[in-house]
Design a protein around this ligand. Sequence first.
Ligand SMILES: [Zn+2]
Length: 121
Amino acid sequence: MARIFDHGHKSTLALRRRKGFLLQQIDVPADLLRASVVERVGRCGKATCRCHHGGAMHGPFYYLTQCLAVGKMNKFLLKTEEQQMSARVGVEHFHVLQEQMEELSQINAELLRRGERLLPE
Ligand SMILES: [Zn+2]
């Protein structure tokens, strides 16, 4: 669900200024990732291992998961700490961009509702 920005009570001038600010801020990060990093612990295949007898589980392991379509998930192990860090940063960069685009979209919807132009003349 999108975050709701409360723009309805702002003046059209204030909305246009906020829009200008957002357009200056928006930059597509080269490392963006629309994905999640998930942490898992698990049991191994050895029946005699501690993990099957109340001992500590293996892990944590970190996976990148990316939903491509309903029921179609791209998922793989992030083996190194560098991969894990790159994934976390890329996911964060995606969320920042997504939030900025969402706010821009909501401002544009409000401007349209007021009968304003969305593009400069
Ligand atoms: Zn085990």
